[in-house]
Design a protein around this ligand. Sequence first.
Ligand code: FE2
Length: 361
Amino acid sequence: MRPAWFHLAKGSYPRQARVGVGELYEEHVSRLGFTGAVAMLYHRRGATEFVSVDPELSPPPVAVKRLVALDATDPSALPLALYENDDLTLLWSQRQQPHPFAVRNLDGDQLMFVHSGTGLLETEFGSLSYRSGDFLYIPKAVTYRVIPEGPNEVLIIETRSQIEPFDIGAAGRHAPFDPTVLEIPDPSPHEESEPGEFPVMYKRNGRYLRAVLRHDPFDVLGWKGDLFPFRLHIDDILPIHSERSHLAPSIGGIFCGDGFVVSNLLPQPAVSDLEAEELPDYHRNAEYDEFWCIHNGGGLFEDGGQLVYTPQGMVHGTTEEVRKAHQQHRREGDRRTVTAVGVEARKPLCPTAEYLKQIES
Ligand SMILES: [Fe+2]
């Protein structure tokens, strides 16, 4: 367990953070995401009321329908890279046609989140059918093809280090999902074929390098080990909540690796104690960039999906108008309705030139 640092309090503050804040405006400044040293500041006024702010510090949400990925029209093309740092790249795929070759990604593990569409992920371990709301995990260097049934929209989290389960400690080994709900492929080798030419595209440093095998790479008759693709549906993730306190978003962690955490926001009961804060307080996540893919806006975000990015250390949170309106209409028994997938990145993420061109046009 991490040693606690001294906690002190000065001036005006509620007895417990996030509870009975009253007329004060609470802002959460934290290190190591929401798990390290922390200060709650109690302002006289709302902390996000900027007169002006550089858009690099506070970029507006991006509707995913504005994005154009080349793989939408060219089945041989790569998805659109959105953001990247030394630890990961975030990409957006709009694939409509199957990969016309096998792929081996040498740039990292991939965790795909299917925002919309259905299809089949073919791997050398076997195949997985997918639908909207699925996470698909493909380990680095494993052979695969995506075979969509019509248009797909997929967020791809490509990471240099291995993607592993996020440990939420005291919640136990069956939270936030029972590991046995993972769907693991069964071997499903292609019919044996004559020797020929079987192209494999190796993705390396963001581009494809072509190789041609004499035999079909999807010929694996069996496998064993602890490295394999899987499918996990977001409905099978069981949210952890509190009726008396707004829990920090790290409670929604599901996967992690070097320099990143993947988390989610899921429909669940709202905080029912009307004295306690239900909406996130203003916060400065001092050491993690935040990227959210809003999968289902639940009436709070635009339909169709949005991408929301906040650089580390930048104050953000619900505006004062929304906060006041929410507080007036809030009732015991309310539910949260948003479904979203988030990536917290330890090193600053840089938007790619192509993504900037699309969102600024
Ligand atoms: Fe945040």
